[in-house]
Design a protein around this ligand. Structure first.
Ligand code: NAD
Length: 494
């Protein structure tokens, strides 16, 4: 019988209130891996109640910030000890390369260590006002119950980016993972329990977006929602949060430019283009899906990228030499393929790839690394996020023209620049409308470095010290040190 995974609420495994489960499938082999609880409003209510009770309990609220840091550090240790198991679970679930997921899992403890170290550095300030008699100070408080909703492409890393700072700041969390990748997040909750987090501090409700995600966002006891996913869903969540005046952090989609100047090391730049669009089969928010190459190096870059794209080893994500696994699920494959067909209808040339690769002996959702040329900013394949291994490569001549083209997008998540010219590198970093700019590298990330999506790519900050403040509220305390009579009560005081 297929294994069944239940919610994790209040420190316990909890069966879904209405008894329903849904299947999770291996996208490489199409085998059913397990069934996960199909959460509904009743399960969400139970999880938020557990998180609320934990938030108010002495077991959590009574801990010093340093003790919270110890718990986070212990959780980081346990993740490190279980990294290989977690990596295998994620690779089976979402089809990303095992060695990519191993890299992510081995890096994950650093997120917990970083926020563990920050937990007892959350400070207020003593503020000088216009009166010497007044002692004014600020203090940062946790918000309460934080809901997190995440996609399937990097389940634990994206969840960690939210819960590590939220827990460091003293909140409790209810996590709704993607319906395509329930397993590792449930395992994370078990590890948090093992690390000694009090029951109810970390809760997981699995299920579909409309059935389990929506009631979490609209729950009246939720203090904040932190979401990573598509811009369409993010917009709906932002509207709901605004109606209830709760905060939201949104990490959304992208259509990032990867720009190669004529003074670049073209061989390195070609590798950067490959990394930007074919790593993780292009299923990353920061995919460098719009490649702009100066016309002096356009032919060489196109040739190098095409040659490498055609030789990418496609197949079993668990095999050590595989470079490209399947897309994560059937709709993803259909979406990517329909965009490539649309591109051709719009006048693009499918210069490489397009369609299912030959010679892959697994039945899963594989798609060839694809290069589109003869494309421009009027085409939907250049404007819309495809979320697959599809690069649109375009020539440019002048820097100003390039900047106008690169910034002509609703998104603003990331950008890559390949140049040996220092002045140009800094100029581009200043003028590109993107929350992250990489120069002579791509897809670099660290828990220490804050990141923010500009324009339709997001609201709020993840990673870095700044992210932790997103999970606090600021209180200003005024103390009158003058014991004399109160002055004119009809005049505002300083
Ligand atoms: P999605 O928006 O379809 O789903 C994301 C999550 O939201 C899932 O857990 C889903 O169940 C839930 N959800 C869906 N509808 C909901 C609703 N009405 N209410 C509450 N929750 C709901 O996105 P996806 O297809 O899973 O992920 C791919 C998208 O995520 C891409 O657009 C990608 O760019 C983006 N992404 C962004 C980042 C970033 O850091 N900016 C990182 C990774 C992925």
């Amino acid at each position: 019988m297929t294994e069944r995974l239940t919610h994790f609420i209040g420190g316990e495994h909890v069966a879904p209130a209405d008894g329903a489960y849904f299947a999770s499938t291996n996208p490489a082999t199409l085998e059913v891996l397990y069934e996960a609880a199909r959460g509904t409003e009743a399960d969400v209510n139970r999880a938020v109640a557990a998180a609320r009770a934990a938030f108010e309990s002495p077991a959590w609220a009574g801990l010093t910030a340093t003790k919270r840091g110890h718990l986070l550090r212990r959780l980081g240790d346990l993740i490190g000890e279980n990294a290989d198991e977690l990596a295998l679970m994620e690779s089976l679930d979402n089809g990303k390369l095992l060695r990519e997921m191993r890299g992510q899992m081995r890096a994950l403890p650093e997120y917990y260590y970083y926020y563990a170290g920050l937990a007892d550095k959350i400070q207020g300030a003593q503020v000088p006002t216009t009166s010497l008699e007044i002692l004014n100070y600020t203090q940062r408080e946790p918000l309460g119950v934080v809901g997190t909703i995440t996609p399937w492409n990097s389940p634990l890393t994206l969840t960690t980016s939210k819960i590590a700072p939220a827990l460091a700041a003293g909140n409790t969390v209810v996590i709704k993972p993607s319906e395509y990748t329930s397993r590792t997040v449930l395992r994370l909750a078990e590890l948090a329990d093992e690390a000694g987090f009090p029951a109810g501090v970390v809760n997981v409700v699995t299920g579909l977006g409309a059935e389990a995600g929506a009631p979490l966002v609209s729950h009246p006891d939720l203090a904040k929602i932190s979401f990573t996913g598509s811009t369409a869903t993010g917009s709906r969540i932002a509207a709901e949060a605004a109606a209830r005046f709760i905060g939201c952090t949104l990490e959304l989609g992208g259509k990032s430019p990867n720009i190669v100047f004529d003074d670049a090391d073209v061989s390195n730049a070609a590798m950067g283009v490959i990394a930007g669009i074919y790593a993780a089969a292009g299923q990353t928010c920061i995919a460098g899906s719009r490649v702009f190459a100066h016309k002096a190096v356009y032919d060489e870059l196109l040739e190098r990228v095409t040659e490498r794209a055609r030789s990418i080893r496609i197949g079993d994500p668990l095999a050590g030499d595989t470079e490209l696994g399947p897309l994560a699920f059937a709709d993803q494959l259909a979406k990517v393929d329909s965009y490539v067909k649309l591109g051709a209808e719009e006048g693009a040339t499918v210069h490489a790839g397009g369609g299912r690769p030959e010679g892959v002996d697994l039945p899963g959702y594989f798609y060839s690394p694809t290069v589109l040329t003869d494309v421009n900013n009027d085409m939907r394949v250049v404007r819309e996020e495809i979320f697959g291994p599809v690069a649109a490569i375009m020539p440019f001549e002048h820097e100003d023209e390039l900047l106008a083209l690169a910034n002509d997008t609703e998104y603003g998540l990331a950008a890559g620049v390949w140049t040996q010219n220092l002045a140009r590198a800094h100029r581009m970093a200043r003028r590109l409308e993107a929350g992250t700019v990489w120069v002579n590298t791509y897809r670099a990330m660290s828990p220490m470095s804050p990141r923010q999506g500009f324009k339709n790519s997001g609201v709020g900050i993840e990673h870095g010290i700044e992210s932790m403040y997103e999970y606090t509220r600021l209180k200003s305390v005024w103390i009158n040190t003058d014991e004399g009579p109160v002055a004119d009560p009809f005049v505002m005081r300083g």
